[in-house]
Design a binder for this molecule. Sequence first.
Ligand code: TXA
Ligand code: MG
Length: 328
Amino acid sequence: MTILIRADAEGISRAAEMLRAGKLVAFGTETVYGLGGLATSDAAVARIFAAKGRPRFNPLISHFPDADSAFAQVRTNDLAHKLAEVFWPGPLTMILPRGPGATVSDLAAAGLDTLAIRVPRGDVPRQLLREVGAPVAGPSANRSGAISPSDAFHVLRSLEGRIDAILDSGPCAVGVESTVLDLSSDVPVLLRPGGTTLEQLTDVCGRVYQPDDRTEALPVSPGRLLSHYAPELPLRLDAHEVGPDEALLAFGPALPGGGLVWNLSETGNTEEAAARLYAGLRFLDAEGQRRGLKGLAAMPISRTGLGLAILDRLRRAAGPHPTSRPTP
Ligand code: TXA
Ligand code: MG
């Protein structure tokens, strides 16, 4: 059974106690809800993979209340410290070589010699992480291949009965996952665009290398599989017109003719659009199927600010569906 816990002081302590006992507790961050489990416990991490139904072991991000506890797990460098000062707490995940003092389980790191560390923004997750007092692994709290959850209800619908509790802190402010930046080599590599924008990163890092997973032979990060975040209905990108049997994901003034429309942001604001993205995909997918529509059409979105992360998720949502779809 999955219980819903209100994120007041008592609820946070209860959730922390459950996590310390090896249970799975989903919790809200500024980006999306994470499926939390003790990152130091192989058993808890194995339960995370099972609950998500991940087809194969994909390394998990470990969450910390502050930079000191995060950096205790890895070999740091000057750039990592600089980035932490500017962006933590906040939607940036750093990949760094595992350090001699690391306590994160090998299973959480999927056997890699690097670790993904993150200090989320928000009073609730930070208090929770302080009370747990150990790294908390947290992939997005959805079944593998499905759309990420931006509120507690989405988590419940996707994982009810598969996890022990959900700490409900309301909807997530940013709405797309953290930016994943690999700092384990000389040049920082953008593995996943996300809540910290490329413009913000280049201001601090100078150059950021952006691999292109359409031309790169192997996904650099296991989570870069082309199909991900997928709705059931096929998604068409860069739509300049909308068909009678399509639902419209609009950005800016909506195209004429769409019967079923979700506008990400009428004013074309990418921050508002990111916060409304997953709820919109989920709504158009469910309502579109109910109305017998054949697909979703997404209008063009600017590549600036959070637009890059939105486009990345939409491109994956439009990618080839995996052969074995998780059963909902
Ligand atoms: O905003 C977020 O990052 C959310 C919240 C809950 O914190 N979490 C999240 O986790 O999105 P997940 O598991 O859905 O995505 C983690 C990404 C994956 O693409 C994974 O492959 C990559 O980070 N990753 C983790 N460890 C890595 C490593 N050592 N090297 C390269 N990529 C890694
Ligand atoms: Mg995910």
